[in-house]
Design a protein around this ligand. Structure first.
Ligand code: VIB
Length: 217
């Protein structure tokens, strides 16, 4: 399998399309997303990123090529620098809870289980949608918005659209493809499942913010 990512992104394209059509993304693009919904999202995303950086570090130390290790450890550090700054910018004093929503809990627990108890290839496949979906969504919004000067969420949009982020996403794809090229058909099938599930969890993450998801009890 030489271009595993190309195949799996075609197979899961309907999830990406549903993300682009989600009201959260539509309203983010229009700049009309209610502030409290965006704050809910950023608040949960701060909780998510605190765990995700550990997940990336774990994937990094499992890679046998030191360049790959460096890439994932660098990405984990990048989260601390870039994404935290973005969050501080938007969140100010509005961080209202330290408790993960059901979906946030599910997503970070799933990723943590994948990187700690399955193979490196499955771990790579599970963490990849976080990179690729944000890239696709960032580019989609940049290409289709007509309000660049006045969208209150422009800094968020600019972080995920454009060149700098593209390089990092391409590197993550390249590394995952490299390990996939040596994987057995059974392992590839498990990678496909992991990529698909994490993609669905990306949709659910936005959906849960849009609905300000609360614990049932
Ligand atoms: C739920 C959720 N999924 C993906 C990202 C985007 N993201 C988080 S860390 C990282 C890699 C290094 O920057 C990327 C692309 C997010 N913020 N929140």
């Amino acid at each position: 399998m030489n271009n595993w990512y190309k195949e799996i992104s075609e197979k899961t394209d309907s999830i990406l399309q549903q993300i682009k059509e989600h009201s959260f993304i539509k309203e983010l693009m229009a700049g009309t997303l209610p502030k409290e919904v965006f704050y809910f999202y950023i608040n949960q995303d701060t909780i998510y990123l605190a765990e995700y950086k550990k997940v990336l570090a774990q994937v990094g130390i499992m890679c046998d090529d030191e360049n790959d290790t460096q890439f994932f450890l660098g990405s984990a550090t990048g989260i601390i620098n870039v994404e935290n700054a973005l969050h501080q910018n938007f969140l100010k004093d509005e961080m209202t809870t330290n408790e993960a929503s059901i979906t946030c809990e599910l997503y970070i627990s799933y990723l943590s289980r994948m990187v700690h108890t399955t193979s490196l290839e499955e771990g790579l496949a599970a963490v990849l949608p976080c990179f690729t979906i944000y890239k696709q969504v960032g580019d989609y919004i940049l290409a289709n918005q007509s309000n660049k000067g006045e969208n209150p969420y422009q800094d968020w949009i600019n972080t995920y659209g454009g060149e700098a982020f593209a390089n990092s996403v391409n590197k993550a794809i390249e590394i995952t493809n490299k390990y996939a090229s040596k994987a057995s058909p059974e392992r590839l099938e498990k990678m496909n499942k992991a990529f698909e599930k994490a993609s669905k969890l990306e949709w659910m993450f936005w959906d849960s913010a849009y609905n300000k998801e609360a614990w049932k009890i």
